[in-house]
Design a protein around this ligand. Structure first.
Ligand SMILES: Cc1ncc(COP(=O)(O)O)c(C=O)c1O
Length: 370
């Protein structure tokens, strides 16, 4: 049992370079400070329809968009409930893709895994082989776009093209740490479901999860015996179509923040945002190779999270602590017991730019005496 650690009122501000939550603009924080209004008022319809339609425009998709109070894990669960009656193929290559498989198992589904060593990427040809050699048709294939634990960016576009050859199989993509910072053409690659949390590359305060749902996925849910109530695609989309609102009370302040941040995102545009993130990723990779090494399989490095192999054997925990103490900047250790000290991670997403990433790498160089 943890003991109560009294929350204080005077924590120093830290600049976040962790793989989420990330830095949030001041006007986006301020947007939350409005007197409260009701979730069935016309004002809510204005807010939610703006949020949904702006998201479609930003992501350049004709699919449905659902924004619900919750975190990304909500859609890991509801995608399985909505689309999988019996059998799912989960591709796994790190902690979050393994979580997706675990969620499906706990929901009582038959889960086959296509497993990769942590640090390796999922290959479309292996997915093809798994689908071709399976005795049964899978209800769905799952894949993480950006495996935040290892810094791997999976080729979800090519994998989507393979799964699209199997019309009865839905393709579900966890894009939690990449959507908004790494361009993906959702509609062109048969991605039936792709979800994210807003505290990552969308650079918003946590509290909302976003899911983009194809017409096929919407229709398929009808046949499912166990569709999710809260995250049910039909319930959420039908409610939007009828009333322009969410089926239950949303985190209204965070939706106000969303509306303000989405204006900034539309102004910058998805392509320009992608370019900015690419530049940060290239810089961080080069820096990592100069001083350490990169952990992910070559050619599959993430555009939003650098996972750096600690080839010099620095004390990762102590370096993080010292950078935080001396520079008020926070980056992340490696994920879990497997990668804790063997790697460390830099989240270069959301509001960051080359200059702010350079400020962090300068601080690490100073503290670790590189
Ligand atoms: C790839 C990936 N999937 C899922 C999650 C879980 O997201 P949330 O904490 O918003 O539920 C995370 C969180 O870091 C993630 O990086």
């Amino acid at each position: 049992m943890p003991t109560k650690r009294e929350y204080k009122d005077d924590y120093p501000d830290k600049t976040l370079y962790i793989p989420g939550p990330t830095e949030v603009r001041e006007d986006v924080i301020e947007a939350m400070c409005e007197p409260m209004f009701g979730h069935r008022m016309d004002r809510m319809t204005d807010l939610y329809t703006t949020v949904v339609e702006d998201t479609k425009e930003f992501l350049d998709t004709d699919n449905h968009v659902v924004v619900l109070t919750g975190s990304g894990t909500e859609f890991m669960e509801s995608s399985i409930l909505n689309l999988v009656d019996e059998r799912v193929l989960c591709t796994t290559c790190g902690s979050f893709s393994e979580r997706q498989a675990n969620v499906a198992e706990r929901l009582g589904k038959t889960v086959d895994t296509l497993e990769y060593e942590w640090g390796k990427a999922v290959k479309p040809e292996d997915v093809r082989e798994a689908l071709e050699t399976s005795d049964v048709e899978y209800d769905a294939v799952t894949c993480v776009m950006n495996e935040s634990s290892t810094g791997v960016r999976n080729p979800v576009e090519e994998i989507g093209d393979v799964v699209a050859e199997y019309p009865d199989t839905s393709f579900v993509v966890d894009a939690v740490s990449s959507l908004g910072g790494d361009y993906v053409d959702i509609d062109a690659h048969g991605i039936d479901v792709i979800f994210t949390s807003v505290q990552k590359a969308f650079a918003m305060p946590p509290g909302l999860a976003v899911c983009v749902v194809s017409d096929d996925a919407y229709e398929r849910e009808l046949e499912s015996d166990s569709a999710s109530w809260y995250g049910g695609f039909q319930r959420t989309i039908d409610y939007y179509d009828r009333k322009g609102q969410t089926h239950s009370t949303p985190a209204i302040p965070v939706m106000l923040a969303y509306r303000t941040q989405m204006k900034h995102m539309l102004e910058e545009g998805h392509d320009a945002r992608d370019e900015r993130h690419r530049a940060m990723a290239e810089y961080t990779r080069e820096w990592a190779r100069e001083h350490f090494d990169t952990f992910p399989e070559a050619g599959y490095e993430s555009q939003t999270v650098a996972c750096i192999e600690n080839t010099r054997g620095i004390d990762v925990a102590e370096t993080i602590e010292a950078v935080s103490r001396e520079y008020d900047m926070v980056f992340a250790n490696g994920y879990g017991s497997q990668l804790g000290e063997r790697t460390f991670r830099i989240g270069h997403m959301g509001e960051h730019d080359l200059e702010s990433i350079e400020a962090l790498t300068d601080a690490i160089e100073d503290v670790a005496d590189l």
